[in-house]
Design a protein around this ligand. Sequence first.
Ligand code: SF4
Length: 218
Amino acid sequence: MAVKSAKERRLAEHLRLIHDRLYGVYGDCTCPLEHADAFQLLVAVTLSAQCRDERVNQVTRILFSAAPDARSMAEMPVERIEEIVQPCGLHKAKSRNIKAAAEMIRSRFGGAVPRTMEELTSLPGIGRKSANVILGNVFGVPGFPVDTHVRRLMNRLGAVATQDPEKIEAVVNALVPPELWTNFSHLLITHGRRVCHAGRPECAKCVLNDLCPEKGIR
Ligand code: SF4
């Protein structure tokens, strides 16, 4: 990793401190979406858009008991998928994407979820965030998924000044060791859910308090 300027070195150190503080609290995190393999995580990630993980897990337990893999999902009528995933919201679009992705995995990738960013993002409904979740959590390929919590915390903490997920991902890719990327994203998401809420962050009890330029302004 080539750190070029003094500014980048300061930012790399800032990110390292943030990581280490959060790691001290939350440690090694696991993906909260229940899955047995890459295909099931792909489906769960698709369902998780604008839906809580707990609800996704309730729904996927039913869905995977009927169609646990790409082949069986490709054969399931889309109306049946819609019926099962309805509690997750946006169920028509999500069902269409799940079925189309399953069909493509079956026809183009021999039934196995592909392992590259380019191939994953060619699947319906799969963007960089979802692809990074799959790469990092199932295939052991470092990835830094940027969701709404990561975006909010990285901005509040002064690490970036952009809402563009790809630019945020690029900063971390350039300044944080790859082996930390996946868990660093989990740490930020966990802290965003538990302490640095979107509406009322609990700055007084935050372990990043002294590192955060936004401390105390809310
Ligand atoms: S000090 Fe407040 S705004 Fe900053 S990361 Fe902590 S909870 Fe969020």
